[in-house]
Design a protein around this ligand. Structure first.
Ligand code: ADP
Ligand code: MG
Length: 478
């Protein structure tokens, strides 16, 4: 299909939409697909216009498989996708479908066995048949760069270790580099950033990113097809930097652990770099052979922690900056950063929802809108009220700064604010007196208890005071 005229293009695109309505839940379809227009079809590229880059990112992250399959089915199997993002009404920015544009490895001379004409089908999905020398797809996503990975005390150590590895892959003591954390805190992003940086600094190195689940599937298939030797050869001969994401999936998978062990030893002995992620530290991993665990502990293990509020704010700002097209009031940014404290993935989810709702309903982005969405749409509708958020709201109410609140000042308003935030922290969170004291300027638990009693007393004798406390509480829980 080349240069289809507008009407015909619309018809064909409508056909895609029809198929997509069957695969994608109705509400989601309405949010993400009803505002897309097919603009043109040229040189095998289908251009879709989307309202903001959030659409593009969201669609790429959540629906690319369904969308890609449908487009190839309707427009032809060689069709590729490009997005056009509306910057102003007259201005469009073009983006490639990231999931299909990879950071490319240079072609490699294939090992003899893989060049053997008796092998009809090349055994590994990363090898593009018919091309010799063979090219290994790195599977790296372009936008997961160091540049886009905000630094905070939660990730400083892991980030700088990763950065060091990228400068000198295989040549530092950080081999393997193992990064661990619960879900949604940036492991996948960080290991991509390392891979991308290596490709930038050492273009001759062949980098491969692979999810452990995919690695397992490949191995199982090679056993079924009797091609395990080729599988092993591929990893041992072709790869300079091997990134395996979510190694915990190998738990209790003896066969895959064995082959991983062999690949690991081989690559390590040749000074190739291994980068691995896991949802917990090796010491806490169960269902693994001891010899595998011991390998994982060889190099450096670095943890990613939940970012503090300032880092969360910086991450939101970076996202907005990358989007280039949206203005969001600081108080909304702060609200999101304070109230979504589970993981960065959830934080991004909340941000994307707020953007989408503002765009769809053509409303301004306000704190009320954000609140509504955080309550309704963020998975953690068990939204936890944090001590920091309480402090922030109390400070706003009394018009004082956080520094003043945490200082040793004995000024009337500041003392009152400090007492009320301790009282509300005790009432509205599950935190212990010790934890509250710690967050409220390193006070001991007796001081917190004293503050709570003093607020209760004041509420009983002073109507205005009680009203203030009730007002603040309402603002916090609403
Ligand atoms: P994990 O692999 O630990 O589950 P991801 O790497 O998938 O986490 O991160 C979840 C989301 O949060 C991704 O969209 C990622 O880009 C974003 N993210 C994580 N850490 C940061 C950071 N430090 N700066 C900016 N974005 C981040
Ligand atoms: Mg991940």
């Amino acid at each position: 299909m080349q240069n289809t005229d507008k009407n015909k293009l619309k018809k064909v695109w409508d056909e895609c939409l029809k198929i997509l309505t069957d695969i994608i839940p109705k509400e989601e379809f309405a949010v993400w697909f009803s505002d897309i227009t097919a603009v043109k079809y040229e040189d095998n590229f289908l251009y879709l216009e989307v309202p903001t880059s959030y659409y593009y990112e969201y669609i790429e992250a959540h629906y690319i498989d369904e969308l890609g399959r449908t487009i190839r089915r309707v427009f032809g199997s060689s069709t590729q996708l490009r997005y056009m993002i509306r910057i102003t009404d007259a201005n469009l920015m073009t983006m490639n479908s990231v999931n299909h544009s990879v950071v490319e490895n240079a072609p490699q001379q294939a090992p003899v066995i893989l060049n053997n004409p008796d092998i009809k089908e090349l055994p590994n999905p990363f090898i593009i048949p018919g091309i010799k020398p063979i090219k290994v797809e790195s599977q790296l996503k372009e936008n997961y760069t160091f540049e886009n990975f905000i630094e905070g005390s939660c990730n400083k150590f892991a980030r700088s270790a990763g950065y060091a590895v990228a400068q000198n892959p295989g040549k530092t003591a950080f081999n393997p580099l193992l990064i661990y954390s619960p879900v949604g805190l940036g492991k996948t992003h960080l290991v991509h950033a390392i891979g991308i940086e290596i490709k930038k600094l050492h273009p001759e190195k062949t980098v491969l990113y692979i999810g452990a689940d995919q690695f397992i599937r490949q191995y199982v298939k090679s056993v079924q097809d009797n091609t395990t030797n080729d599988f092993l050869q591929f990893y041992q001969m072709m790869i300079d930097v091997l990134i395996i994401d979510d190694i915990q999936y190998l738990e209790k998978k003896q066969g895959t652990q064995d082959i991983f062990f062999q690949i690991f030893n081989w690559l390590h002995s040749l000074g190739k770099q291994l980068i691995i992620t896991s949802d917990k530290a090796p010491a806490d991993m169960v269902g693994f052979e001891e010899r595998v665990l011991s390998r994982l502990k060889w190099g450096l293990n670095a943890e990613l922690q939940i970012p503090d509020v300032q880092t969360r704010i910086d991450i939101i700002k970076k996202k907005i900056e990358n989007d280039g097209n949206i203005s969001m009031p600081d108080e909304v940014i702060e609200y999101l950063a304070y109230s979504v404290n589970t993981s960065i993935r959830e934080l991004e989810g909340a941000l994307v929802s707020v953007m989408a709702h503002a765009t769809l309903s053509k409303q301004d982005i306000t704190i009320d809108l954000a609140r509504e969405i955080v309550d309704k749409f963020v998975k953690s509708n068990t939204r936890e009220i944090t001590i920091e958020y309480i402090q922030k709201m109390v400070c706003n109410y009394f018009n004082i700064s956080m520094e003043q609140m945490l200082s040793r000042s004995r000024k009337g308003d500041i003392v009152t604010a400090r007492h009320i935030s301790m009282y509300l922290a005790r009432k509205l969170t599950k935190s212990s007196l010790v934890a509250i004291g710690d967050k409220c300027g390193k006070k001991d638990h007796a001081t917190v208890l004293h503050a709570c009693k003093s607020v209760e007393n004041s509420c009983q004798i002073d109507k205005n005071y009680r009203k203030n406390v009730e007002d603040i509480e309402k603002k916090i829980i609403n």
